[in-house]
Design a protein around this ligand. Structure first.
Ligand SMILES: [Zn+2]
Length: 265
């Protein structure tokens, strides 16, 4: 994408740059024609449910993400086929279209939170730049920040890092910003999230998006201290959980203090 289309995309409320193939009426008409049913169509910008429908007598009440205004005719025909069937689930053609266009849903502008990379002990920016140079020829441009912590513990563990594909943002758990955490452990966490940005999801045969694919795991194992990092995590998980609970307590106490300060005359 060139810089011209990028700035234009920022001005448009819609994430699409091309001219749509349909409008709401022509799309509804095409779906009605192909499915042989009356179609009551609502276009949405819902990011999690892109297609849903309910049968009402001989007709169908259909909710579609606006991306379908850009759906080529074979995709619309495939969608109509699934409206015709009694048991509805999207055709593989429709799934492919959805997967290929997820980036459009994600391009909807949403503001980044303030980015904090300088920590008490580690500077995330330097960690990121080092990994970027070593593994990606310096080509990745991904905003990253220390998170606020307070993430839910998962299976007795902690979510040390996350990648938000909507914002294109990497967040790292602040519990890793301490002297006791070896640099290779922090690096392995940041590298994992960089790979999520770099590789994205890959649709499997059933059309589901797989993030930790074989390709992903292969790339992950290129980090030379990956095994050491996993072993360190296992050994230190309990300490890290306690440290993160302590961070949560301090954060909550801090926000109570600032609320009191605001309430004071
Ligand atoms: Zn992951």
């Amino acid at each position: 994408m060139g810089s011209v289309s990028r700035s234009r995309a920022l001005q448009l409320p819609l994430p699409f740059e091309e001219v749509p193939l349909w409008d709401a009426t022509t799309l509804a008409d095409a779906l009605a024609r192909e499915s042989g049913r009356r179609v009551d169509l609502t276009l949405t910008e819902n990011r999690s449910v892109l297609v849903s429908f309910r049968r009402k007598g001989s007709g169908v009440s259909l909710r579609l993400h606006r991306m379908f205004l850009h759906a080529p005719a074979p995709v619309v025909r495939a969608l109509a086929r699934s409206l015709r069937r009694t048991k509805g689930c999207a055709d593989s053609e429709v799934r492919r279209f959805l997967n290929e266009n997820l980036h459009r849903v994600r391009k909807l502008p949403r503001a980044l939170p303030p980015l904090v990379t300088a920590g008490a002990f580690y500077d995330l920016r330097r960690v990121f730049d080092g990994l970027n140079g070593r593994f990606f020829h310096g080509s990745l441009k991904v905003p990253l920040t220390w998170g606020r912590g307070g993430g839910r513990a998962r299976r007795g563990g902690l979510t040390f890092g996350s990648y938000d594909p909507v914002l294109g943002l990497i967040r790292i758990h602040p519990v890793l910003d301490r002297r006791e955490v070896p640099i290779y452990f922090l690096e392995s966490v940041v590298y994992h999230e960089m790979l999520h940005h770099h590789l994205g999801g890959i649709p499997d045969r059933a059309g589901r998006t797989v993030y930790h694919s074989r390709v992903f795991r292969e790339a992950e194992s290129r980090y030379p201290l990956q095994r050491e990092a996993l072993a360190w995590e296992k050994e230190n998980l309990k300490t890290l959980l306690e440290a993160s609970q302590e961070l949560d307590r301090r954060r909550r106490a801090g926000s109570r203090r600032s609320r009191r300060a605001l309430a004071a005359p």
